[in-house]
Design a binder for this molecule. Structure first.
Ligand code: DGL
Length: 268
């Protein structure tokens, strides 16, 4: 059994944790939300890189066998540096799924909704350059993360703001939309309401967790013994609220695990 650290600027990485619990339920997890500093997407590259490093060092010091940087923004700005510093632990990042989107799009027009920092990053530009035959309509989702953090994923204000952000993507005729921020899978319902069922939504949580699985197998840490591991929820703002939001946002049933091993604490 392994201890897996999962971190995000806030509740977004819960979409990755949810998938990890589906595919790899037997491991123990620490979920670390830096909600006091969310959103990361409008902060400087230097700040994001240094804070992400600090949080990963904390997870490494807690004894994590692998760390998931469950944040596209932190991955774009910091993953190379983190991998360099913590070279003895597998560090798994998340990137906007523009490759699968380009492969799946029938008309070659793909919308990418992500944070400003992700869209401006060198890493994202390098990824885009590998796919010259597809038209990408990039849109920063300014203001969406704070609303999701406030538990308003399906609220009226969110729907209005989302409609504004999606308009250029819709106008361009995109048949595929990349959810390029781990908070955005929690907007699926709202997106479907606005764009209907025909648009193909791409998020990479499944692929990211499969990558984690491969890394754990390589370390001999893959068990599949049918047991359920524990989850610790840690927040820089309000761990009780994080725990409550995890229950609300995630599809995995946390009650079994929570009663056995729930530990809520605060990290600053
Ligand atoms: N969930 C994050 C991402 O995937 C960061 C969102 C934010 O804090 O701006 O990019």
């Amino acid at each position: 059994m392994a201890l897996i650290g999962v971190f995000d600027s806030g509740v977004g990485g819960l979409s990755i944790l949810d998938e990890a619990l589906r595919q790899l339920p037997e491991h123990d997890y620490i979920y670390l939300a830096d909600s006091i500093n969310a959103p990361y997407g409008e902060k400087s590259s230097e700040w994001i890189a240094s804070r992400s490093m600090e949080l990963c060092q904390y997870l490494a010091a807690r004894g994590c066998d692998a760390i998931m940087v469950a944040c596209n923004t932190a991955t774009a700005e910091a993953i190379a540096h983190i991998r360099n510093e913590l070279s003895n632990i597998p560090i798994i990042g998340v990137e906007p799924g523009i490759k699968p989107a380009a492969m799946q799009s029938a008309n070659g027009i793909v919308g990418v909704l992500a944070t400003e920092a992700t869209l401006k990053s060198d890493k994202f530009s390098a990824l885009l350059a590998t796919l010259p035959n597809c038209k990408f309509v990039k849109q920063a989702g300014a203001g969406l993360v704070p609303l999701i953090e406030a538990g308003q994923a399906n609220g009226e204000e969110t729907l209005e703001l989302l409609a504004e952000h999606l308009e250029p993507i819709q106008d361009a005729g995109a048949d595929t939309l990349v959810l390029g921020c781990t908070h955005y899978p929690f907007l699926r319902k709202a997106i479907r309401k606005l764009l209907g069922d025909s648009i193909n939504l791409i998020d990479t949580s499944d692929a990211v967790v499969r990558q984690l699985k491969r890394k754990l197998e390589a370390q001999g840490k893959q068990l599949n013994d049918g047991d359920q591991g524990s989850i610790q929820f840690i927040s820089s703002k309000d761990a009780e609220l994080l725990h409550q939001m995890a229950h609300e946002l995630m599809q995995s049933d946390l009650t079994e695990r929570s009663t056995q091993s729930q530990l809520v604490s605060t990290f600053r």
